[in-house]
Design a protein around this ligand. Structure first.
Ligand code: AMP
Length: 249
């Protein structure tokens, strides 16, 4: 079984984003970019399926600028087999990404597509769901555990207030949640090996997908600064403030 893993190049999760002075978006000049953390979890899960003998090939796909090749190389260094870069400059919204992924899935015919539950730059949490709908495949989102047997996949989903298990026919779309696994670091020999693994270069036009944005960003703002705290002299003082100032009691 082939596993397709879409990986997005995003601002590094350890950085604090800077809003552009004119409020038109996030300033990414000279900013460290990395693989979306939920996509690292997706790559790790695919690797575990391959190590268990369930998956035979792991194909990574990224839609983004030429530098997204580095993101693919990171996944290849973790152990994936090959990559596809669909080159597109500027932001590509989830619907266009899902349409491109649908075309790639139709060409590659994977048994499973494992995406992150969300990309940490725009926090859309839409692409996996849209892809499943466009393909007409079952979906198991926010996965914290997966089990594959007899052409079906059992996905344990993290939902509000507990866990839900869904049993899906394959091919299927799964999106990863934080607790699914702890992604590995690439070893030096694997980083060297990854340099020789193939990355197929494509464009959105090759798949007949129009990537022009449909959404207009009106404004991007920093979150409001937190107010300074106050020290209270006694419990009675605290209760009084909670009651009469914060209004939470
Ligand atoms: P989103 O719906 O934008 O929050 O993204 C959810 C998931 O879709 C991500 O974790 C990736 O697995 C995948 N994805 C979104 N955008 C891209 C992209 N440009 N290239 C590759 N995968 C993507």
């Amino acid at each position: 079984m082939k596993v397709l893993v879409p990986v997005k190049r995003v601002i590094d999760a350890n950085l604090k984003p800077r809003v552009k002075a004119d409020g038109s978006g996030i300033d990414l000049t000279n900013t460290k970019m990395s693989m979306n953390p939920f996509d690292e979890i997706a790559v790790e899960e695919a690797l575990r399926l391959k190590e268990a003998g369930t998956a035979s090939e792991i194909v990574l796909v990224s839609i983004g600028p030429a530098q997204a090749q580095e993101t693919i190389r990171t996944g290849l260094a973790m152990g994936a087999d090959r990559g596809i870069l669909v080159q597109a400059d500027g932001p590509v919204e989830p619907l266009a990404v899902a349409k491109i992924l649908k075309a790639v899935a139709e060409q590659e015919a994977p048994g499973l597509v494992v995406l992150g539950k969300q990309a940490i730059d725009d926090d859309c949490n839409q692409t996996g769901q849209m892809l499943a709908a466009l393909l007409g495949w079952p979906q198991g989102t926010f996965a914290s555990k997966i089990e594959i047997a007899g052409g079906r996949i059992k996905v344990t989903r993290e939902v509000d207030g507990g866990l839900q298990v869904v049993d899906l026919a394959m091919p299927a779309v799964v999106t990863t949640d934080l607790r699914l696994n702890q992604p590995r670091y690439a070893s030096l020999p694997n980083i060297m090996k990854a340099k020789k693994k193939p990355i197929d270069m494509k464009t959105a036009a090759d798949f007949g997908v129009d990537t022009r944005p449909r959404l207009e960003v009106i404004e991007t703002k920093e979150p409001p600064k937190r107010q300074a705290g106050v020290k209270v002299a006694s419990v009675a003082d605290l209760v009084d403030k909670l009651k009469n100032e914060a209004g939470v009691l």
